[in-house]
Design a protein around this ligand. Structure first.
Ligand code: NAP
Length: 254
């Protein structure tokens, strides 16, 4: 992208920290103006500052991706203050782990609501701008948990659902120049996996070492490993790649 052109706009949800923050930084480095969305706009300050430090443009916007009105307002704010989005990364996520026999309905609903309903609402709100531009890139965060994971019936169902949503978006939106793909990370070092370590009663260091030992490349993943895969799907040149799920897990999956 040349400096003379107005940068295209990318939206990343759950971008205050972790994989979302690394992805926002990466897309900014790729030349996008980035809308940094999270539950609390103030929590996005670090990501926005890091993007501005590397010479990019960013805007913090508060959103609860599971709430229709909040999504409508957030996307309208992005359009008004940054421009119409042509890239959307559905990254916001939560875990509410429990074994099935102990899992309550709120744990089930809240995880499905943030991941799946959130990706639906954000995709529906952003696609109109992509269709108008005849160019768009939607990247959804799935997980190796889509293949099944003890204590994560809700999360596994949501992450498998993200893959079905991705393929359907690819089919419906392809004719408008819009692709949809999913990245399915393995173990990535973030607050989310730190919380899982706590739940299973291990130190985060021991938990990481155990995950690395089971991984063919013998290390755990970093948020940048995922940002790099998202960046590929977001590229203009990746226009013939759609409806795909890329496992980024240090070994074969899927
Ligand atoms: P993280 O560090 O927990 O960050 C998730 C971000 O999403 C947080 O800033 C969180 O805000 C935000 N968020 C939660 N609910 C939201 C909502 N309703 N609306 C808007 N933002 C919301 O997680 P991560 O590890 O970076 O994970 C990012 C994505 O990758 C998730 O979809 C996750 O399922 C997926 N993933 C992660 C791993 C891994 O190993 N870490 C593996 C596979 C897939 P609050 O802090 O305010 O809650």
């Amino acid at each position: 992208m040349s400096e003379a052109t107005t940068p295209r706009v990318a939206v990343v949800t759950g971008a205050a920290r972790g994989i979302g923050a690394a992805t926002a930084l990466r897309l900014a480095a790729d030349g996008y103006a980035v809308a940094v969305l999270d539950l609390d706009a103030e929590a996005c300050a670090g990501t926005v500052a890091a993007i501005e430090e590397q010479g990019g443009r960013a805007l913090a916007v508060a959103v609860d991706v599971s709430d229709g009105d909040s999504v409508t307002a957030a996307v309208a704010a992005v359009v008004e203050q940054l421009g119409a989005p042509v890239v959307l990364v559905n990254n916001a996520g939560i875990t509410r782990d429990n074994l099935l026999f102990k899992m309550n309905e709120n744990e089930w609903d809240s995880v499905l609501d943030v991941h799946l309903r959130g990706a639906f609402l954000m995709s529906r709100a952003c696609q109109q701008h992509m269709v108008e531009a005849r160019f768009g890139r939607i990247v959804n965060l799935s997980s190796t948990a889509a293949l099944g994971n003890r204590g994560q019936a809700n999360y596994s169902a949501a992450k498998a659902g993200m893959q079905g949503l991705t393929k359907t978006l690819a089919i419906e939106l392809g004719q408008f120049g819009v692709t949809a793909n999913a990245v399915a990370p393995g173990f990535i070092v973030t607050e989310m996996t730190a919380k899982t370590a706590e739940r299973v009663g291990m130190s985060f260091e021991d938990f990481q070492a155990a995950a690395a030992a089971k991984t063919p490349v013998r290390r755990v993943g970093r948020p940048e490993d995922i940002a790099q895969a998202v960046s590929f799907f977001a590229r203009e040149e990746a226009g013939f790649v759609t409806g795909q799920v890329l496992y980024v897990a240090g070994g074969p999956r899927g």
